[in-house]
Write a protein that binds this ligand. Structure first.
Ligand code: NAG
Ligand code: NAG
Ligand code: NAG
Ligand code: NAG
Ligand code: NAG
Ligand code: NAG
Length: 455
């Protein structure tokens, strides 16, 4: 099943030669304390193996005795990174057994120590894969819990029997838990929507870097438009995230390269969703887009349109917007081409004039529901130059005010709706980013966050 899924994913992965923007996910050692805490209960559950009957050879007849694990109590579960290797697990647990001995049952406690070495590698389909290279269980003397009982000579063979069973089964169960974890980690390469008809998928590009403090995973993002990967003009494939960076004690540090932003914006532009039309309405108090208003600024308009008509602003982004990341500041520059149209007599629209516009926007980034989102506000003035005119000379100073009032708000509303949808951060199912903080650096941004696993 998992094999078939893997094959399917391989087939779906497009064979593109184009380079892809870099993203780094660094899981810091703080995440291990969380995993150890959150993992205790499921691990205790997983270790409740079935123990086959014990054959009591002390009597005349072979007497099968049923054994049941009543409880696994694991007060200590410790995880740490091993540089260049993976994760080391150390656990101490008390297993409580009920021995259904005749005439009366017996309760037994067995202290167990578990040592597991788990390398972390890059899987064939671009997900991290955890395996188990070593797994050992060590047993202490069993303790009889019912004090009024003498343990009898049963205890030694009984403990031997139980230990032999646990020796095999515990590591098998831990291996199952790790397999489940890998299936879960596989959801990392799932497609996430970016906008209408567009998606992003992250996949690991090389083996993880593991130090005693963190495990760092390099991802590439592939952006799809209508199911096809978009080809980026030029991408800096070597995105290196410095260490330390962002908030020092965060569980996860995600580094997103400038290229990822450029690609996401390019995707929006290619999808055409950055374009918009602003339509005027007559007899509307909050809409100035009509020919009588424009006629006060441009006499030729008043001359051509004695009767008031609504106007349309066609905003088209020919040039791809540019994102600039400077320490503490993210900005977005848009160079839209704006055409001002009025209804002609034959119900078609005629172009009155067109403008080349440059607008600088400050980009405020935030994370919500594992998506990096943004809102914008205009920085400085919207800069305009006339591209063409069918209504004679245009007084830019007068038109500037018009642009500021009729263009800015719809543009911001439009952009903020798009950027508010945002782009998914690398994530697996049921894992949430909690109290994320964003840091903007020269050429990249960092999201420092806590993680919460919640189905
Ligand atoms: C197991 O139980 C004994 C006796 O109650 C206790 O001293 C010991 O700390 C326990 N160990 C673990 C790992 O729970
Ligand atoms: C042992 O103690 C339990 C309660 O602690 C009691 O129910 C049981 O009868 C006792 N058995 C013997 C043989 O004394
Ligand atoms: C690529 O990015 C790295 C850091 O991430 C930077 O040092 C290098 O100068 C960049 N190269 C180009 C060609 O932009
Ligand atoms: C044209 O726009 C101006 C400014 O908003 C407004 O006062 C006027 O009522 C509008 N004219 C018509 C016919 O809608
Ligand atoms: C960020 O941009 C704002 C607006 O342009 C400016 O006021 C501020 O000084 C900038 N901060 C830094 C750290 O460059
Ligand atoms: C936009 O920002 C660029 C780079 O900071 C600056 O050179 C340009 O003058 C700005 N343009 C406007 C219209 O504010």
């Amino acid at each position: 099943m998992a094999w078939a899924m893997g094959l399917l994913l391989l087939l779906l992965l497009p064979a593109v030669g184009a380079s892809r923007p870099g993203t780094v996910v660094r899981l810091n050692k703080e995440v291990l304390s969380y995993v150890a805490e959150a993992g205790k209960a499921p691990l205790q559950q997983a270790l409740q193996v079935t123990v086959p009957n014990f054959l009591d050879r002390s009597g005349e007849a072979l007497q099968p005795t049923r054994i049941q694990i009543l409880n696994v109590h694991m007060p200590h579960l410790h995880l740490k990174f091993i540089a260049g290797f993976g994760i080391h697990l150390l656990a101490a647990a008390n297993f409580t057994f009920k021995i259904f001995r005749v005439p009366e049952p017996l309760r037994l406690m067995l202290p167990v120590k578990l040592l597991v070495d788990a390398p972390v590698d890059q899987g064939s389909i671009g997900t991290p894969v955890v395996s188990i290279s070593d797994c050992f269980s060590f047993f202490d003397e069993a303790i009889v819990l019912d004090h009024n009982r003498t343990a009898s000579k049963l205890l030694v063979p009984l403990q031997k029997h139980i230990q032999a069973v646990l020796q095999n089964k515990l590591c098998l169960r831990i291996s199952n838990v790790v397999q489940d974890l890998n299936v879960h980690l596989g959801t990392l390469i799932g497609l996430s929507p970016v906008g209408p008809e567009s998606q992003v998928r992250y996949s690991m590009i090389n083996a993880p870097t593991i130090t005693k403090d963190y495990i760092s995973l390099d991802f590439n993002a592939v952006l799809f438009l209508l199911g096809r990967p978009i080809v980026l003009p030029e991408v800096n494939t070597s995105f290196v995230l410095p260490h330390p960076v962002g908030a020092s004690a965060a569980m996860v540090t995600v580094g997103l390269s400038q290229d990822l932003f450029d690609s996401a914006i390019l995707l929006l532009q290619k999808a055409g969703v950055l374009n918009m039309d602003v339509t005027g309405e007559l007899e509307s108090n909050d809409n100035m887009l009509n020919t009588s208003m424009l006629g006060q600024l441009i006499p030729e308009v008043a001359h051509q349109f004695p009767e008031p008509r609504p106007l349309v602003l066609k905003v088209r982004l020919g040039a791809t917007p540019t994102v600039t990341l400077r320490t503490g500041n993210a900005t977005l520059q848009l160079r839209p081409f704006v055409e001002v149209l009025a209804p002609a007599s034959n119900s078609a629209f005629q172009s009155l004039f067109s403008l080349n516009v440059v607008v600088n926007l400050s980009l405020q980034l935030f994370v919500a529901e594992v998506r990096l989102r943004g809102t914008t506000s205009v920085l400085g003035n919207v800069q305009i130059t006339v591209a063409s005119s069918n209504v004679g000379l245009i007084d830019l100073e007068k038109v500037q005010t018009l642009v500021d009032t009729v263009f800015e708000r719809p543009l911001l509303d439009h952009l903020n709706a798009l950027l508010g949808m945002g782009i998914a951060l690398p994530h697996v199912v049921s894992l949430h980013y909690i109290s994320p903080e964003i840091f903007v650096y020269e050429g990249y941004i960092v999201v420092s966050s806590e993680l919460l696993y919640q189905r």
